[in-house]
Design a protein around this ligand. Sequence first.
Ligand SMILES: [Zn+2]
Length: 83
Amino acid sequence: MRCPVCGTEGSLSPLGKLVSTTPHGGSPELRFKRRNAIHSEPTFTAKLARACGKCGVLLAFLDFQQRSTLTTAMDELIPYDRG
Ligand SMILES: [Zn+2]
């Protein structure tokens, strides 16, 4: 399988389970802001991922329901500020 970032063929790991090192043990979350700040910030939990052995990118995957929610909210999302 080719890495979508560095393009190296055969560099992606098999699917792995994302785990948290926090005391609560939750999975890593991906959160966005919306253009209309009144609504809540869409948050997605990724449970599976692949990693590239060449460039180190981590590719996390959402399940079907979360992909559907993301697609519906996509036009309202704005980048999260760094820092
Ligand atoms: Zn790569």
